[in-house]
Design a protein around this ligand. Structure first.
Ligand SMILES: NC(=O)c1ccc[n+]([C@@H]2O[C@H](COP(=O)([O-])OP(=O)(O)OC[C@H]3O[C@@H](n4cnc5c(N)ncnc54)[C@H](OP(=O)(O)O)[C@@H]3O)[C@@H](O)[C@H]2O)c1
Length: 238
């Protein structure tokens, strides 16, 4: 993780009012981070620590398609967690397709590129981090065709752009199995436990962070990442 021993890290999380977004913000608060909650909705976000005290955070409204408006804010961010997502389940219509691609894949990719551009212009010498929550649906069925298509696209885009972006940013891919949330009410894991495991693996400086009860993912995801890396490296022009 970025080293700022004398100052609190500034952490921004998209999808902040969702189950994992809130859990990550609480965990980062325990580590003394300055928090920015990026929310697409209007509802005020109020979080409390385990003792019931309010957690200080700055809530910023953003919209898919208007990522560029976040540029000034991103200049002060050390760790950006791209976590927002939507699951239209069995809906395979044109609107659901557009929404899934925009929210799950394209807005995340635009934020990634924007943050990399901001990181390149940084003059303080600090290396920023971006964590991209792609999901186990990158390589496993999720019983939701558009969720799988859009998350796979995000995963592929991340693999495609990683070699170039990694020179400016520390990239971490979050590959998570089912946890309980509005997006997946029957998930087997708890969002808070998942958030704890994510931060633990980030402490170990792992770029591929996997949290799932499915043992196959621990085998298939590194293989898929390696295969994509080899393919992109072979074909990529300098
Ligand atoms: N739950 C699972 O089983 C599971 C498994 C693997 C990966 N994931 C991924 O984990 C991430 C967090 O999901 P979650 O399970 O915590 O779900 P969640 O509670 O539904 O949170 C998702 C959040 O994404 C934001 N969002 C939704 N629609 C949006 C839109 N149109 N534009 C911008 N933001 C939008 C919302 O936060 P704001 O209102 O604050 O913007 C929403 O609360 C997602 O990327 C999801 O795909 C989930």
């Amino acid at each position: 993780m970025p080293d700022r021993s004398s100052e609190a890290l500034c952490v921004a999380v998209t999808g902040a009012s969702g189950a994992l977004g809130q859990a990550l913000l609480r965990r980062w608060h325990q580590r003394g981070a300055r928090l920015i909650a990026l929310c697409h909705g209007d509802a005020p976000l109020a979080l409390q620590d385990p003792e019931g005290r309010p957690i200080p955070l700055r809530q910023v409204r953003w919209q898919v398609g208007e990522e560029a408006a976040l540029e000034p804010l991103l200049r002060e961010v050390d760790v950006l967690v791209i976590n927002h997502g939507v699951n239209v389940r069995g809906d395979c219509g044109a609107d659901a397709t557009a929404c899934s691609l925009e929210v799950n894949a394209l807005s995340a990719w635009r934020l990634l590129e924007l943050f990399a551009a901001v990181a390149r212009r940084r003059e303080d010498g600090r290396r920023a981090e971006v964590w991209v929550n792609t999901s186990e649906a990158e390589i496993q069925p999720a019983l939701s065709p558009l969720y799988e298509v859009s998350k796979r696209l995000l995963g592929q885009l991340l693999s495609l752009r990683a070699p170039e972006l990694a020179s400016r940013l520390r990239l971490r891919r979050l590959v998570l199995g089912p946890f309980r949330s509005a997006l997946n009410p029957i998930g087997v894991m708890g969002a808070d436990w998942v958030a704890g495991q994510i931060l633990l693996q980030a402490d170990w400086d792992w770029g591929l962070i996997i949290v799932t009860p499915n043992p196959l993912t621990y085998v298939l995801m590194p293989l898929a990442s390696l295969g994509r890396w080899a393919y992109v490296s072979l074909l990529r022009r300098a």
